[in-house]
Design a protein around this ligand. Structure first.
Ligand code: GDP
Ligand code: PGA
Ligand code: MN
Ligand code: MN
Length: 579
């Protein structure tokens, strides 16, 4: 039996024998290493310096124009048994998958440097954290991994102590969409990714490890790996409640995690604390509550729409030491995207800006920034035991039907609300935008196993002694007849979070409806908000006929997971139909 360190070295040697790099660099995660990589990328054009007076330490990366988002059709979950991947995943036989991708990896790093990146997902001393090692030939990936994870010597020391780590092999290859695969081997604890440098495809600690591989591990070990932000809401009495919320990509997680309270709330002393903006690992604690950590150390945020008006905390975070990908630039070389004041002169592809070519910034352009740069970053994000969760929130982009907020009557109903989630597709994945699709728990692209088993796993947390959070569903995106959003959103979402916390604390009674509990008359605090009464009524309207159609569609969708659909979830759907 090889020693723990030898296991790591053996795997690195194997990868080197396959990809044949000119040299191997073990990343220590130091500042000097980061700066040297930046200089090298500035020299070869991978990074472009932005205005260092206004944006010190900020750089722009322009990706290959066909490599701008996650590629769900090329993302595979290779369980030995096809059924375990479920209808929610693309599957290939593991042996066939290895053969296919190893043929691409063969000699792909010739003349290039191979970087070995040990990383830890979660606080380095947390028992809830898990480690991995990514091998890549992309310095851009190394720089981003340094921001997004606890990367380097400390992670390597933990790996050498524990011996277990997720093995991730990555190459940008030729950046050819025809030679691109993102493959997961849950049984082997490994990931192979070829042909893309885009965040969700290439920063393997993020979606590949912390969601697809971790969801499998969480299932066997009795915890949850979720596509959720974590936010702390401190009321004027100084009590903080933590909320975890699952919205699909580009549906408001980053914004909600760092929201700025409306004027009146600020005056009264409300504060918001950011713990995480994309991924949440939740474990049942000894007291029966769920405790959450953010496995990440940075934000990989959507740039368009981010402004001082919508997300001032993000704007302050990204004013220095940030990597921008596929944004436009202004005449004085500042980063620019739709939603910001000022004007672009160069678009995301480096061409002179011409509105005939579409938006100046790519709709899925991103910023990568250390979470510590966020003014509302909370120390509790470093807590080894995590933070206790008071409410779980599901939501998506639903132009109609779904009310602003509703509460599940119990855990089973909450799991149904999550499973039934639907949302319009966004630019975060390649393909059509604005198409309504089911996206259970916002995990459609990320659940690394059969959704039927996943729903059963969620239901299993309801057991004697459990003190589970209340479950809610929100919709910030309902539109009126004029085609405009009915709800102002952003900071005003705190009004909805306050109602949830009031419900969790027994301070609001709510109003029962067939689909769940909605705020009772006057329970949503709307002081200082200019919202016509008719629009509020529309936001909270429950149309029975349309709901019957929706419930029947939900029934059909759930049936697609038979025979692994838990009977309890099917019965729950029946109960709501008859309510
Ligand atoms: P994430 O990908 O889930 O983290 O989503 P983001 O927070 O980055 O938001 C994605 C897009 O939705 C951005 O363009 C935001 O400006 C927009 N957005 C976020 N929150 C709201 C909201 O409450 N209301 C509206 N109308 N748009 C929002
Ligand atoms: P997002 O993260 O959820 O912030 O968009 C990236 C992604 O899901 O691709
Ligand atoms: Mn995401
Ligand atoms: Mn985000």
């Amino acid at each position: 039996m090889a020693s723990k360190l030898e296991a790591l070295e053996q795997w690195v040697n194997q990868a080197a024998a396959l990809t044949r790099p000119a040299r191997i660099h073990w990343c220590d995660g130091s500042d000097a290493e980061y700066q040297a990589l930046v200089q090298q990328m500035l020299a070869d054009g991978t990074l472009i310096e932005l205005n260092q007076q206004t944006h010190p330490g900020c750089y722009l990366h322009r990706s290959h124009p066909t490599d701008v988002a996650r590629v769900e059709h090329l993302t595979l979950v290779c369980h030995p048994n096809r059924e375990d991947a479920g209808p929610n995943n693309h599957w290939m036989d593991p042996a066939e998958a290895h053969a296919k991708i190893d043929a691409l990896f063969d000699g792909c790093m010739e003349g290039r440097t191979m970087y070995v990146i040990p990383y830890c997902m979660g606080p380095i001393d947390s028992p809830l954290a898990r480690c991995g090692v990514e091998i890549t030939d992309s310095p851009y990936v190394v720089a981003n991994m340094r921001i997004m994870t606890r990367m380097g010597a400390a992670a390597q020391a933990r790996i050498e102590r524990e011996g277990t780590f997720v093995k991730g092999l990555h190459s940008i290859g030729e950046l050819d969409p025809e030679r691109r695969w993102i493959m997961h081997f849950p049984a082997e604890f490994s990931i192979k990714s070829y042909g893309s440098g885009y965040g969700g495809n290439a920063l393997l600690g993020k979606k590949c490890h912390a969601l697809r591989i971790a969801s499998n591990q969480a299932r066997t070990e009795g915890w949850l790996a979720e596509h959720m932000l974590i936010v702390g809401i401190e009321n004027p009495r100084g009590e903080t409640h933590y909320v975890a919320a699952a919205f699909p990509s580009a549906c408001g997680k980053t914004n909600l995690s760092m929201l700025i309270p409306p004027e009146g709330y600020r005056r009264d002393g409300w504060k918001v604390w950011t713990i995480g903006d994309d991924i949440c690992w939740m474990h049942p604690g000894a007291d029966g509550r769920l405790y959450a950590i953010n496995p990440e150390a940075g934000f990989f945020g959507v740039a368009p729409g981010t402004s001082d008006a919508t997300n001032h905390n993000a704007m302050r975070s990204i004013s220095h030491d940030t990597i921008f990908t596929n944004v436009a630039v202004t005449a004085d070389n500042q980063p620019w995207w739709e939603g910001l004041p000022g004007a672009p002169v160069t678009d995301w592809q480096g061409r002179p800006y011409d509105p005939a070519n579409g938006p100046a910034a790519h709709p899925n352009s991103r910023f990568t920034v250390s979470a510590k740069q966020c003014p509302t970053w909370s120390e509790t994000a470093e807590a080894a035991q995590g933070v206790p969760i008071s409410a779980i929130v599901f939501g998506g982009r639903r132009p109609s039907l779904l009310p602003l907020v509703m509460e599940a009557r119990d855990w089973s109903h909450g799991v149904l609300m999550g499973a039934a989630m639907g949302s319009e597709t966004t630019a975060a994945a390649t393909g059509a935008v604005g198409v309504l699709r089911r996206d259970s728990m916002a995990m459609k692209p990320f659940c690394g196993y059969h959704y039927g088993d996943y729903f059963a796993h969620w239901l299993s947390f309801d057991r004697p002694g459990a003190k589970l959070p209340k479950v809610f569903h929100v919709n910030w995106f309902r539109k009126g007849a004029d085609g405009k959003f009915l709800w102002p959103g952003f900071g005003d979402n705190l009004r909805v979070l306050e109602w949830m916390i009031d419900r969790a604390e027994g301070r609001a009674s709510g109003a029962e409806t067939p689909i769940g509990i909605l705020p009772d008359e006057g329970e949503l605090k709307l002081d200082g908000l200019r919202l016509e009464r008719a629009r509020l009524e529309e936001l909270l309207e429950v149309d029975n006929a349309s709901w019957q159609a929706e419930l029947s569609a939900i029934g059909d969708y759930l049936a697609s997971f038979a025979p692994r659909l838990p009977e309890r979830l099917r019965r729950e759907q029946q109960r709501v139909v008859q309510a």
